[in-house]
Design a binder for this molecule. Sequence first.
Ligand code: 9D3
Length: 246
Amino acid sequence: MKIDIITIFPQVLTSPFAEGIVHRACEKGLLEIGITNLREFTTDRHKTTDDLPFGGGGGMVMKPEPIFKAAHSLINNSSSQPRTILLSPQGRTLDQTLCNQLSQENHLILICGRYSGVDERVRKHLITDEISIGDYILSGGEVCAMVLVEAVVRLLPGALGNEESAQEDSFQSGLLGGPRYTRPQEFQGLPIPEILLSGDHEKVRVWRRKEALLRTLLRRPDLLERNKLTEEDQAILEKIRNGSAD
Ligand code: 9D3
């Protein structure tokens, strides 16, 4: 997969991709990240990327020409038809389903906007998708691009080591994870649940499932409604709801 990011702050994006899973995916040849400095696609002496809004009012607007030029230079060099994504608080909210879809693509072009907003012609005539990372206001799309890249790259086959498996991620399975314990067996007088020492793997499996379901029911009941549960899960949930689970 190729991911190109168009930004006026290219240096902000270098260190997050020089480490961790994203870096490893690049080393393994699963991923190539290109950072494009929007200013290189300006034509004036001051490398202007924004301008006053037509019709007056406050704030600045990102000019269309540099964004179109930068994106088209990437599209023209692409062997596939890239999805050209504007990161914007007005976009569709990123979730695991969308991340899975994006991870199937050959080429993504991410355009980072700034607080001023972009000329509407970018939205209407250049981009294929507009994506937000959640309902809060940031000052630019750079951090959002990092979030999207991390969430998508860990879904690329081979990106994670044996230790971590994307399929076991809580959102991938549709449930929150349950409690986990490691050594010491007693910490500051606090023991661990006895069942984990029983050696009965089937009992442990059912207990873990019950704990995950309970936590999801208490914290994120919306997830239970959105996802199809197995018969076993439904039976465990029924027990929890009746108060008959341990
Ligand atoms: C539409 C009017 N703009 C303010 C004059 C709104 C605005 C545009 C751009 C507010 C903030 C930003 C900067 N944020 C992003 O570019 C952004 C973002 C976000 O702020 N929250 C969640 N997801 C995203 S994706 C890109």
